[in-house]
Design a protein around this ligand. Structure first.
Ligand code: CMC
Length: 432
């Protein structure tokens, strides 16, 4: 990871004293004022609640240009990965190692994923201990962390990293399927080494001991695309969480377990579930589209248009564009008539024609159409964010690796501006 190139200085005047701060530039022309010496030199810190203006790290993995709707993994546009039908497994390799795998690397990685798909037998017993209606994201986060008690990942070089990464990537899928099976009272289904990553997941979720599930090619292709488009997204909330945990030198599983927890929230990955619930509510209540739009615009209502808006994309989210078309194609190929699809399109059209959304540059994000695809595949609503988590795992792993590979890495430790009570004395209980 090359340090960003210094291209000049910015001047900051505080109390009549001028301080010069280096200006650095990324490989795509992104500029930043490097304030890493600011406090040492001036006693000041910068304040940026929510980190909207903070570059928290230098990274080689993923590039986003929010103004122009560009998303690239290691320089490759997601449109290219989608059109060429890149497999999720090779996309994961791309993110982790910086280039697409050659035939030998791909075959070896696929074999490692197959060999490491089954959970430790004792881990399977944990599923019986969770309540049947426990949310699968809570189960996933717990089980990924629990993996560290069965296989302590000692990562010292690329080989040991590859094994730990393959174990995690393969087993998030087994954990997801097992939590689903436990929730519906069906026996766990073991992975099959002859199946691809995506088909194996569908097999473990939908086969039963007396009946093998055979997904259509269109179905596995759509889920592969879903995973590829979710595979990384630079410094989003869950990935920043993973990097934060990694910076303390916590192990890969502990860091990714924290990532799952961060992803669960409705403002992040949990939005894919919320979008469908919102559409279902609109459909059930018969609320008109203009009424929904008005509710969303009324800040007092506390209602947001789920699946809309993004911190970085200010023009369009390229993932949403691809997924909208994929939803159309999948439903047509499966001869599925989902009334939520035309409803979503109507809502999108109304929002994009409304000044509130235009002025704030709010567009459909990745979660707006992805749920329609998952529904068509028979994935239950509770499992939507789990699917996002499986897809995002390569990005988390790649970011964990980047933090760990950096010999200069310091622990992530932001500062704050304290606004609480000043110095106070402890008061004895009788006088409070
Ligand atoms: N519906 C209504 N108003 C919105 C929405 C929305 N979905 N999103 C943003 N706004 C308004 C917001 O209230 C603010 O208005 P004002 O300027 O009057 O105060 C303005 O737009 C700017 O928004 P913001 O609060 O600065 O946006 P943010 O960058 O802090 O938050 C977001 C980004 C994605 C959390 C937010 O847009 C949101 O809550 N969207 C709905 C949830 C969602 O779809 N999340 C998935 C995000 S994409 C995938 C992922 O990251 O997992």
């Amino acid at each position: 990871m090359a340090a960003p190139t210094p291209v000049g200085t910015a001047k900051l005047e505080i109390d009549g004293v001028v301080h010069e701060l280096p200006v650095v530039i990324g490989s795509q022309g992104e500029r930043a004022i490097d304030i890493s010496r600011l406090r040492a030199e001036t006693g000041y810190i910068t304040l940026d609640d929510g980190y909207g203006n903070t570059g928290s790290c230098v990274s080689d993995i993923t590039y986003i240009d929010g103004e122009n709707g560009i998303l690239r993994y290691r320089g490759i546009a997601i449109e290219d990965l989608a059109e060429k039908r890149s497999s999720f497994v090779e996309t994961a390799w791309l993110l982790m190692f910086g280039k697409l795998p050659n035939e030998e690397e791909r075959t070896r990685f696929a074999a490692l994923l197959s060999d490491n798909a089954a959970l430790h037998h004792d881990m399977n017993k944990h599923f019986d201990a969770f309540p049947a209606n426990g949310h699968p994201m809570a189960i996933m986060s717990s089980m990924i962390n629990a993996m560290g008690t069965f296989h302590r990942p000692r990562i010292v070089d690329d080989e040991t990293f590859l094994l730990a990464a393959a174990r995690l990537l393969s087993r998030v899928r087994s954990i997801a399927a097992a939590s689903y099976k436990a929730s519906i009272g069906e026996p766990l289904i073991y992975p099959r080494p002859d199946l691809s990553y995506v088909r194996n997941l569908l097999h473990m979720m939908f086969s039963v001991p007396y009946n093998e599930f055979e997904p259509s090619h269109e179905a596995s292709r759509a889920l592969n695309l879903f995973f590829v488009l979710h595979a990384d997204h630079e410094q989003n909330c869950s990935t920043s969480t993973v990097r934060m945990v990694a910076s303390s030198k916590a192990n890969l599983y502990a860091a990714c377990s924290a990532g799952v927890s961060a992803l669960w929230g409705p403002l992040h990955g949990g939005a894919n579930m919320e979008v469908i619930q919102m559409l279902q509510r609109i459909q059930a209540d018969g609320t008109s589209i203009p009424d929904i739009i008005n509710q969303v615009k009324d800040k007092k209502s506390g209602v947001k248009l789920m699946g809309f808006g993004h911190r970085v994309y200010r023009n369009f989210d390229p993932r949403a564009k691809i997924l909208k078309k994929a939803a159309d194609d999948l439903l047509e190929s499966m001869h599925v008539n989902d009334p939520l699809l035309p409803l979503a399109k109507e809502l999108e059209e109304a929002a994009l024609a409304d000044d509130y959304f235009v002025e704030r540059k709010l567009y459909p994000n990745v979660d707006f159409y992805s749920g329609i695809i998952l529904r068509a595949l028979g994935i239950p609503l509770d499992m939507f964010t789990v699917m996002f988590a499986i897809g995002r795992t390569p990005g988390w792993i790649a970011n964990w690796k980047e933090v760990n590979d950096n010999p200069e890495q310091r622990i992530y430790r932001p500062r704050q501006i304290y606004t609480g009570a000043p110095d106070q004395l402890w008061v004895p209980r009788s006088q409070r």
